[in-house]
Design a protein around this ligand. Structure first.
Ligand code: PLP
Length: 388
């Protein structure tokens, strides 16, 4: 059978993930230090794991309401109110999802008609462009640059808006650059969204991981924005709960209702044990989050300093757990650089072009890894550069 002919055209057109290709090469190599995987190196705090165990022990192993446990939605409402300074009603403005990944997928599917344009800033998280295509939308990438601190400048956004634009998709702090948007940029983006009557989809999964004493500001909290914003957040990063597969969307009730239509038939609900653990995370997890954040902060400072010392120019990112050094001075493409570094020194970092063409000339290094490994990796990178 010609299976390719049986695959939907919009799915067949999606290229294989550059990250997947790269990690297939890493598999099976010994003594590799990985600055590659975007996952916390901490184990989920014990009290949160205990809440999941307790859920099982009590026999709470059932479906929940499609929206998610009311107790969890109440905790989310309180947490988001305190942290993001936006009030969402647990009864109809919050939907618990299977990770932010599901929330991205169903938000786009709920919003887009075929051919609608979604503007996103690039380099960006690998799922954005494919998720837009799978929802039959058209992705419009706006390049962000090192000079702009990888923030989305309102002028660039304005130039990309067309009559087909329906959604502006933001992610600050950004994977892969660690960039944060200035308040001025957020205000400019909000003004354009209001003027052009656009929906803003904002993935703020790294919002707790901010450094230098700066507090996160969500675009949802700016005047006139709650009514046109879908705020996505989750537990994977700040709470080190990637395997629990839990996230949530906060949005006006009609949008949550539309997302629910898809969620109830495709997922039904998120796992109840994870939901019970998430209540514990939100109610009592703050000290553990702060401990992890402080540790990432130290590692960020060390890694940025070392990369600049060894000649890989690197801005100081304000959030997440990634740095994005400029490797253009080596004359190598990002893929060649990453491959040669892996072959010569057994250090894995992701080529910047895995995050879209705007990432070419850069390398994503994740510092959610042991301090000693970061030190050894940078020593090996120094040796690699000296031999180029
Ligand atoms: N959004 C961004 C920006 C990410 O970096 C990731 C994971 O790396 C996700 C979403 C996926 O999050 P989740 O584990 O909640 O599905």
């Amino acid at each position: 059978m010609d299976y390719q002919a049986k695959i939907a055209r919009n799915v067949a057109a999606i290229p294989r993930s550059g990250i997947r290709d790269f990690f297939e090469l890493v598999q099976g190599r010994e003594d590799v230090i990985s600055l590659g995987v975007g996952e916390p190196d901490f184990t989920t705090p014990w009290h949160i794991r205990e809440a999941a165990i307790y859920s099982l022990e009590k026999g709470q192993t059932t479906y929940t309401s499609n929206l998610g446990l009311l107790s969890l939605r109440k905790s989310i409402s309180r947490y988001v109110g305190d942290f993001f300074d936006v009030a969402y009603d647990p009864a109809g403005e919050i939907l618990v999802t299977v990770g932010v990944s599901e929330a991205i997928d169903i938000a786009l599917r709920a919003l887009l008609n075929p051919g609608d344009e979604v503007i996103y800033h690039e380099p960006c998280y690998v799922s954005y462009s494919p998720s837009i295509a799978m929802a039959h939308g058209v992705g419009v990438a706006v390049e962000t640059t090192k000079e702009d601190g990888f923030s989305l400048k309102p002028e660039k956004l304005a130039a990309a808006i067309t009559p087909r634009t329906r959604v502006v998709f933001l992610n600050f702090p950004t994977n892969p650059t660690g960039a944060v948007a200035t308040l001025e940029d957020l205000q400019g983006i909000a003004k354009l969204a209001i003027e052009h009557d656009l929906i803003v989809l904002t993935d703020e999964i790294y919002s707790e991981l901010r450094y230098d004493g700066v507090k996160h500001v969500s675009i949802a909290s700016l005047p006139g924005m709650k009514e046109r914003t879908i705020l996505l957040h989750g537990f994977s990063k700040a709470f080190a709960m990637t395997g629990f597969r839990l996230g949530y969307a906060c949005a006006p009730q009609p949008i949550i209702e539309a997302m629910m239509k898809i969620h109830q038939y495709s997922m039904l609900c998120a796992p109840i044990m994870s939901q019970n653990a998430a209540v514990e995370a939100l109610e009592n997890g703050a000290p553990a989050v702060e401990e992890m954040r402080a540790s990432y902060h130290q590692r960020r400072d060390f890694l940025v300093k070392r990369l600049n010392e060894i000649g890989l120019e690197c801005h100081t990112p304000g959030g997440a757990f990634y740095v994005f050094p400029d490797i253009r001075s080596t004359g190598l493409s990002s893929k060649d650089f990453a491959m040669k570094l892996l072959e010569a020194e057994n250090v894995a970092a992701v080529p910047g072009n895995a995050f879209g063409p705007s990432g070419e000339g850069f390398l994503r290094c994740c510092y959610a890894t042991a301090f000693d490994d970061i030190r050894t990796a940078t020593d090996r990178m120094e040796r690699f550069l000296s031999r180029l």
